[in-house]
Every structure is written in C-alpha cells, then in structure tokens.
Design a protein around this ligand. Structure first.
Ligand code: ZN
Length: 313
C-alpha cells in the first residue's frame, strides 16, 4: 500500500515539477543560497512521504549544527567498520588511471574488476569537496571486492575542495557540479567536468552514483534530511521506490531517506541522465548527523544498489 502511495506521489511530482520554492536544504539549494545564477531555473520539489519517522526528523533537523566533530581515522578503516557492509570477498583485479593527467588538475579513477561478466557501476564521490561523508564513503568503496562486473570510483572527485582549509564545494571558485558536461577550454571546473563526463561516456556504465551531502541553508523551509535525487524515474524501474521504502521501514540506513527530482542544470545528475541516458542516483546525507552514521548510510545505499545489480551478495 505504501509503495503505491509513493508511486502516486512520484507521478504527481512529475506532472508538477514547475517549482516548489519552499524547498531548501539539498546540496542543490545550498548552491541557490550561494547566488548561483542557475538557481532561477531550478525545478526542485520534494515528494511528500509521511511516515512518523520523517515527520519527527524534520522537526529536529533545524537544531543540528553541520559537521559535528568525530574522532576516528577513515583512512585506516574498511566498510565493515561502519556496519554490515561489503563483507563478501571475491577475486578481483584493481588498477587506476588519471583524468587530465599531467595538467595540474589530474585526479585518479580507481577500478575494481571481476573476471566474471557483469554490470559496470561508476561512483563519483564528493564532486563537492566539503561534503566529507560522501567522499569518505567513496574512499572506503575502493577497498571492496565484487563478484562480477566492474566498479569505477573517483573519490574525492573534487580533491581540491576536499583538501582546502576550510573544505569547499568549489573548484577554483566555481561549482563543478554546475559545470557539466564541461568545456575543454573553459574554467578549471569546466575542464575537470569535461574530463569526468567524457570518462563516464567512454566507460558506458550501467549505473552512476553521485555521492553528496546536504545542509540546512534557510530557516523555516521544508527539509527532510537525507535524500535520493534522480532526473528520470523510468531509468530506475522500481529501484528508487524500493530503496526509499527500505530506508523508511528501517531495513537499511540509520535515517529515513526521501527522494527529489530533477537534478539542477549543469549537474552530474541532470547531464549524465539526459546526455547519456544512464541512471544517475545522487545520494545526500544530512551534515547535521554524526559522521559515522552519514558514512554508514552512504555505504548502505551503495550496497543496496550493488546488490540489486548482482555485484555483491
Ligand atoms: Zn553536493
């Protein structure tokens, strides 16, 4: 019954996504608050999912300060340190290659390959460098094994913003997630976006992850914490509905997820969906929560999808 309600809510959204100006809090709307000119064209609307869990969460979020401190070293950890994640071990080969090699803005893509035929999944973790749980989860994913197919991981995708003090979503002052599909002779954000977009195009994955985090940016506006963003539900079958339901019923994740559509112009989500017709799932964890839970939820969502594609048990 709840699944039918969710599908109906999605259908309503798809016919009514001309804008829901009362929505705030996603990484996209963070950009809006930072005077992104593209924000005027944004059509970003929440799908109302009413469970007691999300209602309670909504009330509590405004009191949480972003990025509470934590005292563990993710670099020394593996996914199973955060929960029951990626505990299977399979025979794989690993390799890596560089985007924009030798040009001063290079970044490494890590590859995990199974000898067994299977789907290809490409994980872009932390195109916004200040969204730490996103790229920490991506770094942890470089340590997993898969029983078939191929996994590409770039983390932190915006390694310049991730290593800045303080960390920033920007790359040389520009938002790389508004720079897609990029320009080989544009700004550094556009040049990197161009290299990444064309690498995804070249690898032709079956599924793309775009891992982010979210903060509350405007008081008094509706915001539902952790969320999934997509730009074309048809590319996913039942996957998003099933995933969101699983989180809301407590089967996966420490917090219930909601879902939103579409990704904004110039984003990984929108441009890869529209340009390459590949399903892109943007994952947002809320930065007011504890780092351990945020990383755990990122891993849980990725594991849920990799299981559905048969890459892991
Ligand atoms: Zn982001």
């Amino acid at each position: 019954m709840k699944k039918i309600a969710l599908i109906l809510a999605a259908a309503i959204l798809l016919t009514a996504c001309g804008g829901a100006p009362g929505t705030a809090g996603s990484e996209e709307n963070t950009a809006a608050a930072e005077s992104e000119t593209t924000s005027a064209a944004m059509t970003f609307a929440p799908i109302s999912v009413t469970t007691s869990a999300t209602e309670a969460t909504k009330e509590d979020l405004a009191d949480l300060q972003p990025d509470p401190p934590y005292d563990f070293d993710v670099d020394t950890m593996v996914p199973s340190d955060f929960g029951d994640f990626f505990t299977g071990t399979y025979s794989v080969a690993t390799s890596s290659y560089k985007l924009l090699e030798g040009d001063g803005y290079e970044n490494e893509v890590f590859v995990i390959s199974s000898d067994n035929e299977g789907p290809t999944v490409y994980v872009i973790a932390g195109i916004h460098g200040d969204e730490e749980a996103a790229w920490q989860a991506g770094k942890l994913l470089k340590k997993i094994s898969i029983k078939c197919g191929k996994l590409y991981v770039i983390a932190p995708a915006n390694r310049w913003g991730a290593s800045a003090v303080p960390k920033t979503r920007y790359l040389d002052g520009k938002d790389p997630n508004r720079a897609f599909p990029g320009d080989p002779s544009g700004t550094n954000a556009q040049r990197f976006a161009y290299a990444l977009y064309n690498d995804v195009k070249d690898k032709a994955p079956d599924f793309v992850f775009d891992l982010h985090e979210a903060v509350i940016v405007q008081e008094g506006r509706d915001y539902l914490g952790s969320s999934i963003i997509y730009s074309d539900m048809e590319l996913f079958g039942d996957l998003i509905i099933d995933l969101v339901l699983a989180s809301q019923e407590g089967e996966i994740c420490t917090k219930p997820f909601n879902f939103y559509s579409p990704g904004p112009a110039g984003s990984i989500n929108r441009t890869i969906t529209e340009g390459l017709r590949i399903p892109v799932m943007t994952v947002e964890t809320f930065r007011g929560y504890q780092m351990r839970d945020r990383i755990s939820d990122q891993l849980d969502v990725v594991q849920y999808v990799l299981r559905s594609y048969g890459l892991v048990d």
